[in-house]
Design a protein around this ligand. Structure first.
Ligand SMILES: C[S@@+](CC[C@H](N)C(=O)[O-])C[C@H]1O[C@@H](n2cnc3c(N)ncnc32)[C@H](O)[C@@H]1O
Length: 253
């Protein structure tokens, strides 16, 4: 719970805004050039790869390669298969194989977990991420992964529910609340649908009353210790991985 600081003014931090602001793009462009955690104090001085070996004459000619990355090297935090690829080409490739689950998080108090959840959603290849409530969210924990993810804003949970209802035929995509509320069913023994949206609450209040009244059910992650709950982004990673275990095969190389 310590990660949330409701006193912080998000307007002071350009990295916090979903809205298009050229200053954000500039900052993000710079951030996208290097792995955000680079260099680690005791790690290698640089991550990624240098300029394409052999120089310009040896450059591959596929469209997805970015001439600037080929010339200067690729220090981004991307898996090896995407080295030297243009960002748009990576997103297009991810779009061909995104998984059936969506992830949503309520954002009424500027929750710092959202960035971390976006990063996990990228790693597990969620169809989309939905930010419900405030439009602004802190991108830092996302480590630039939001650029490769479809992040959609909804003013409230009924609006999210309407959107999900418009997808995938007459029944739409079901909305599952993930929280250890009284009456929640155990996620461990639930039959996770292939198409589903997993909705998480915030540090402190958890799922809002509105969310609880709109979801198709609530599901809890088993705990055994003394704390009332785990961190929301930890819960999100566990729930996403439950979907992976149920529906995804081994990742392609
Ligand atoms: C830190 S919890 C706060 C609310 C929590 N219900 C409580 O009583 O303290 C914030 C969010 O993390 C997720 N979460 C935390 N622990 C969970 C658990 N054991 N099972 C399912 N979700 C959990 C839920 O999405 C929840 O809304």
């Amino acid at each position: 719970m310590a990660e949330t600081d409701p006193t912080e003014d998000p307007a002071e931090d350009p990295a916090d805004d979903l809205a298009d602001d050229p200053a954000d793009d500039l900052a993000d462009d710079r951030a996208d050039e290097r792995a955000p955690y680079d260099p680690m104090p005791h790690g290698p001085p640089e991550v990624g790869v240098g300029p394409w070996p052999g120089g310009r004459d040896a450059w591959p000619d596929e469209d997805h390669h970015d001439p600037r990355l080929l010339a200067e090297g690729d220090r981004r935090n991307v898996v090896d298969r995407y080295r030297y690829w243009r960002m748009e080409a990576i997103v297009a490739d991810l779009d061909t194989r995104r998984h059936g689950f969506h992830v949503a998080i309520e954002n009424w108090q500027h929750d710092f977990n959202i960035g971390t959840i976006v990063r996990s959603a990228n790693a597990f290849l969620a169809a989309e991420v939905h930010v419900v409530g405030n439009r602004r969210w802190n991108r830092r924990g996302a480590m630039v992964t939001d650029r490769y993810q479809h992040v959609r804003h909804h003013p409230d949970v009924p609006a999210l529910k309407d959107y999900l209802g418009s997808l995938d035929g007459p029944d739409g995509v079901p909305l599952w609340g993930i929280d250890n509320l009284p009456g929640s069913l155990p996620l461990e023994s639930a039959d996770l649908p292939r198409r589903v949206c997993l909705l998480f609450g915030q540090e402190g209040p958890g799922l809002s009353e509105q969310a609880r009244s709109v979801v198709d059910g609530t599901f809890s992650i088993a705990q055994y210790g003394s704390t009332r709950s785990i961190n929301a982004s930890a819960a999100a990673a566990i729930a996403m991985h439950a979907w992976i275990r149920a529906h995804a095969g081994p990742p392609t190389a």
